[in-house]
Write a protein that binds this ligand. Structure first.
Ligand SMILES: *[C@@H]1O[C@H](CO)[C@@H](O)[C@H](O)[C@H]1NC(C)=O
Ligand SMILES: *[C@@H]1O[C@H](CO)[C@@H](O)[C@H](O)[C@H]1NC(C)=O
Ligand SMILES: *[C@@H]1O[C@H](CO)[C@@H](O)[C@H](O)[C@H]1NC(C)=O
Ligand SMILES: *[C@@H]1O[C@H](CO)[C@@H](O)[C@H](O)[C@H]1NC(C)=O
Length: 780
């Protein structure tokens, strides 16, 4: 709601600058698809006619035209409309809903081994059982692809799957040769982008599926890049690079351009991908959270899921704060980011003898070893109580004070690598980049263009203090950075990445999000020739691979695993695939202790990692699954008190909520995790129940017994305590009751989150774990 108000507020502000009558904005319009009068040969003719009936203003540009039509995951079109055109359009009887467009942003190898994906040919391994995903098609909605990369070579791949209906859209810089038996489809969607921003500048971006950014090439190769050896970035992370599903096919849907990713284009990409016949959609893009019926990604993803397509999306990089998770619809698999057991350490030697840790993938001439110290400066200005931040923005550094020195910069505003460029231009020899308090201690390695390192917030404070004290004592500070290359078998790992967006779910608190975490920190994957590894325009280095971090990198890991699971179990629904990934996920690190949170070094919680870190091999054989169909999601939307009309905007069908509202509450969605929010009034006990149904996908005759770990301050019972299955595919129900005592010391407006679990096991062969989260909220 807050974000909606903000949008309204912004639109009021912007309309005051120009006449609100002439201002056109993009809307996605839902129509009653089957009401098309027969005089119109196609839906497009009908939509054009609807728009031409709208009033035009004196401005010539104000005639409304169709941007995209949607026929598969949504029924309708997008168009730019003035306020009065919108008003008239809404009065037409076949217009069901209008959704204001949002602009989305990108959520910017050792990971297969770290995930335990054994590449041996022995039977029973996920890669073997799925034939490395060979018959599956993964749609990647992103910035496009650099098709010439070795990761996308189609050597030894079989013919394109017969069911495929997609297309390779070519142009001068993306010829038919760009597609092959690996990249079997490629399209781009820029009409929405251009209708807001004007024609793209074709010297800085490609009007084709070709990637001028790097993000889409990177995510595509994480999903389904083939084995490439040797792979590294500037010598770092040397080894075999491979995607999760090395033989799966990729279809590219380019929707992200220099000024962002527009909803009207994203929905068109979902529409095409589903009608092309993809099995999985990978989306490392997101924006602000709005109700599902106003969220083009949630709507597109529902349509995809309704057609049996598994949709995995990044949780966002808004962590470590709470309530930051995005792409939270219950029919989306929402992926947060963890570290892997590899890092790129360096040591910062300070003139006072202290050695503090940093990380970097800088490659190039070093600074001359630990004994060669340089003057160290902080570029913040001195104020009443110390120094103000030193952001190292373009033009902010005086060459007189930084030439020949190492500069301490603070994170924020411009990119991490761009700060290095500013230091270098001003004559600095090196940079130490300190996290702010909001970034915490999480470190992201970058391919800097000068010797540079990242340090955590507390180390940053320590270095700042050292500089200030040294200056006062008239013996100016000195330092150097010693790079130590690539380190593997790092402990602990995985750790929840600082930036990984966290729960609780801002729209549906009874659905725990993110669902799982996967590798997303310092991931090696393919990179285009167009961009240097630091991403800044002046960087002329070219690399086949690059190391990036983000939930953007975690999401395609899960998309690729989704494809492998679907190949191994063609009959599984998207919800079954997610259930298998969630109930087999783990929450301990490689020291067998609860995973830590990189931002604090403290233990992380279910709000950070959801069900836990994915474990592909176990997900192949989960024993039981919590399945869901579109019908269940409709009941969930009914119980979320969405109107019948708002539900139809998401599901394309008229909903009947009478049964659902009688049957229960949102917590009864057959989700693999259990979450309840109690509003605490007074001291009495609060209670709720969850109904769940599990489907046996393990052995025909099996007996599962429950074990319960109640969240502290609650009592939990499960009935029955034993489930006796006689065949595969059999479904059995159980009931979970949760009772909680009021929490005494809770102040108004605050909340208290406790977690536990409900675990089913058939004597240890399968262990089916559901997190159980109880949130106490003290109303204001
Ligand atoms: C397109 O971008 C190039 C490179 O930044 C710039 O030189 C040129 O002026 C731009 N063209 C237009 C029409 O904006
Ligand atoms: C991990 O710890 C748990 C209990 O804390 C213990 O039961 C289990 O055996 C340990 N696993 C390993 C592999 O050490
Ligand atoms: C981390 O743990 C320490 C020690 O238990 C505690 O003092 C601190 O508040 C915790 N930090 C956060 C952010 O939870
Ligand atoms: C929906 O409305 C009912 C009746 O007013 C209320 O009890 C319930 O808590 C609401 N559910 C949600 C998810 O808001």
């Amino acid at each position: 709601m807050a974000s909606l108000l903000l949008l309204l507020f912004l639109s009021l502000l912007s309309s005051s600058s120009s006449s609100s009558e002439d201002l056109q904005k993009t809307f996605i319009v839902q129509v009653q698809y089957d009401a098309k009068p027969s005089i119109f040969p196609t839906h497009r003719h009908w939509y054009d006619s609807s728009l031409s009936s709208l009033p035009t203003t004196t401005t010539a540009t104000a005639a409304a035209t169709v941007i995209h039509t949607y026929d598969t995951v949504f029924h309708g079109f997008s168009a730019k409309l003035t306020a009065s055109q919108l008003k008239h359009l809404k009065t037409l009887p076949h217009i069901l809903a209008v959704i204001p467009e949002q602009v989305r942003r990108l959520h910017t190898t050792r990971s297969p081994q770290f995930l335990g994906l054994k590449t041996t040919d022995s039977a029973g391994t996920l890669l073997k059982e799925s034939d490395f995903g060979s018959d599956l098609v993964i749609g990647v909605i992103d910035t496009g692809i650099w098709p010439e990369r070795e990761s996308f070579n189609d050597r030894s791949l079989g013919p394109v799957p017969a069911k495929w209906k997609g297309q390779c859209v070519t142009s001068g810089d993306f010829t038919a040769a760009a597609c092959n038996r690996k990249i079997i489809g490629a399209r781009y969607f820029c009409q929405g982008y251009e209708s807001t921003n004007g024609k793209m500048n074709e010297t800085t971006e490609f009007r084709s599926p070709r990637d001028s950014d790097g993000h889409g090439t990177h995510t595509s190769s994480i999903v389904a890049g083939r084995y490439v050896f040797p792979a590294s970035t500037l010598g770092y992370a040397h080894g075999v690079a491979s995607g999760m599903a090395p033989k799966a096919r990729i279809s590219i849907y380019k929707v992200c351009w220099n000024a962002g990713c527009y909803d009207s284009d994203i929905l068109a990409a979902f529409d095409s991908a589903v009608s092309d016949g993809v099995d999985v959609i990978s989306l490392s893009v997101g924006g602000v959270v709005v109700p599902y019926y106003l969220d083009a990604i949630a709507i597109g993803a529902f349509g995809a899921s309704d057609h049996g397509v598994f949709v995995s999306a990044s949780a966002g990089n808004g962590g470590p704060g709470g309530l930051t998770v995005t792409n939270i619809a219950p029919w989306v698999t929402t992926v947060g980011a963890g570290t892997i057991d590899r890092d790129f350490p360096d040591d910062v030697h300070l003139g006072n003898g202290k050695i503090v840790p940093g990380v970097s993938v800088y490659s190039g001439p070093g600074l001359g070893g630990p004994t060669r110290l340089y003057s160290l400066v902080y570029a913040g200005s001195e104020g009443g109580d110390g120094y103000s931040a030193s952001l190292c923005l373009e033009g902010s550094l005086d060459p007189k004070t930084v030439r020949g020195k190492i500069v301490l910069c603070d994170r924020g505003i411009n990119s991490r690598a761009a700060k290095g460029e500013v230091v270098k231009k001003a004559g600095g020899v090196g940079m130490i980049l300190a996290n702010g308090v909001f970034d915490g201690e999480g470190l992201v390695a970058d391919c800097h263009i000068l010797p540079a390192t990242a340090v955590g917030a507390s180390v940053g404070d320590e270095i700042r203090k050292y500089i200030i004290t040294a200056e006062k004592s008239k013996s100016p500070a000195t330092a150097t950075i010693v790079f130590k290359g690539t380190r593997v078998n790092v402990r602990p790992a995985p750790v929840v990445a600082s930036f990984s967006a966290r729960g609780p779910n801002p729209e549906s608190p009874e659905i725990l999000k993110p669902d799982v975490i996967a590798p997303g920190l310092n991931i090696l994957a393919a990179w285009p020739d167009r961009v240097g590894p630091s991403g800044i325009p002046s960087d002329k280095r070219r690399t086949e691979f690059n190391i990036l971090s983000g939930t953007s990198m975690a999401c395609p890991h899960v998309s690729g695993l989704g494809a492998l699971l679907k190949a191994a179990h063609p009959e599984w629904s998207p919800a079954a695939i997610r259930s298998a990934l969630m109930t087999t996920a783990y929450t301990v690190d490689n020291r067998n202790e609860t995973m830590l949170d990189e931002s604090t070094g403290n233990t992380s919680t279910v709000l950070d990692f959801g069900a836990g870190h994915v474990h592909p091999q176990k997900a192949m054989d989960p024993g039981l699954i919590y399945d869901l169909s579109s019908y269940d999601y409709v009941n969930f939307l009914c119980n979320s008190n969405y109107t019948v009309q708002n539900i139809q905007t998401v599901t394309r069908r008229k909903a009947d909520c009478s049964g659902a509202r009688r049957a229960g509450h949102t917590g009864n969605l057959n989700y693999p995790s259990l979450s309840v929010v109690f509003q605490q009034y007074g001291k009495h006990k609060m209670s709720t129940h969850f109904i769940r149904t599990v489907t046996n996908v393990g052995d025909p005759n099996s007996v599962y017994k429950v074990s319960i770990r109640p969240p502290s301050g609650t009592s939990v019972t499960v009935q029955p305590e034993k489930l006796v299955f006689r065949r595969v595919g059999q479904k059995l129900n159980f009931l979970v009751r949760v009772q909680a005592k009021a929490v005494k010391q809770l102040s108004p407006g605050s909340s208290n989150v406790k977690s536990g679990s409900v675990v089913w096991s058939d004597g240890g062969k399968h262990i089916v774990t559901s997190p159980l989260v109880v949130t106490m909220q003290q109303p204001l």
